[in-house]
Design a protein around this ligand. Structure first.
Ligand code: G3P
Length: 217
């Protein structure tokens, strides 16, 4: 499973990249705003800065919601850097735009996916990635991880190449469950990745090894 980090914070992206396990970055307008990145030019520059830190795909979201607007913005984003993936919302015009980009070899990430039917449509349109938001489903007492299983089953039934990108991952158990269910990618905060490191027996064991070494040296 690929690890993406879901942030526009350059320090956190650098930290995840330095860990050596980062495969890409996802952003959205809310994450950009959180970092105080506003204005079209600053936002575009920030995407390039992110691409220069990581080796993998970087999702950059269109703001337009009409077909022509999404095509114009998406083409501009795709030209910024070869690592850019155009992130398009799961709406009717978005599906048309994904088909347009897919026909031209431009990578896409279909975002705001909350049902298996939406994921099926995204795959039919040729999306590179589909982003089911598992945390937001959990927030409303719906099983987000179950959606990952449903999409995995449907995609495997027909050999769709669209990659399942589990989004709105909130914590480390989400990461582990996504891996068990066969998600292709997960995107979450740095803490969800770093949480995988932790086990008290590792800390206890290491402390003992070091103490025993000191006794003999
Ligand atoms: O990748 C989607 C993500 O940014 C949404 O996460 O935590 O706002 O539901 P969250």
């Amino acid at each position: 499973m690929k690890f993406f980090i879901d942030t526009a914070n350059l320090d956190q992206i650098r930290e995840a990249q330095n860990l050596g396990v980062l495969d890409g970055v996802t952003t959205n307008p809310s994450l950009m705003a959180k970092e105080g990145i506003t204005g079209r030019n600053n936002i575009l520059k920030h995407y390039v800065d992110i691409c220069n830190i990581v080796d993998g795909d970087v999702s950059a979201e269109v703001i337009a919601t009409d077909y022509e607007g999404m095509i114009k913005e998406g083409e501009e984003l795709a030209e910024l850097h070869p690592q850019i993936v155009v992130k398009v919302p799961m709406i009717k015009e978005g599906i048309k735009a994904i088909k347009y980009f897919s026909d031209r070899g431009i990578k896409t990430n279909c975002t705001l996916v909350f049902s298996a039917g939406q994921a099926l449509l995204a795959a039919k349109a040729g999306a590179t990635y589909v982003s089911p938001f598992i945390g937001r489903l959990d927030d409303i007492s719906t099983d987000g991880l179950n959606l990952i299983s449903e999409i995995r089953l449907i995609y495997d039934n027909y050999g769709f190449e669209t990659q399942i990108l589990a989004a709105s991952v909130r914590h480390t158990m989400h990461v582990i469950e996504c891996a068990k269910l066969g998600s292709d990618v997960m995107t979450g905060p740095l803490s969800s990745i770093e949480g995988l490191l932790n086990h008290p027996l590792t800390d206890i064991g290491l402390a003992k090894f070091l103490a025993d070494y000191k006794k003999g040296n």
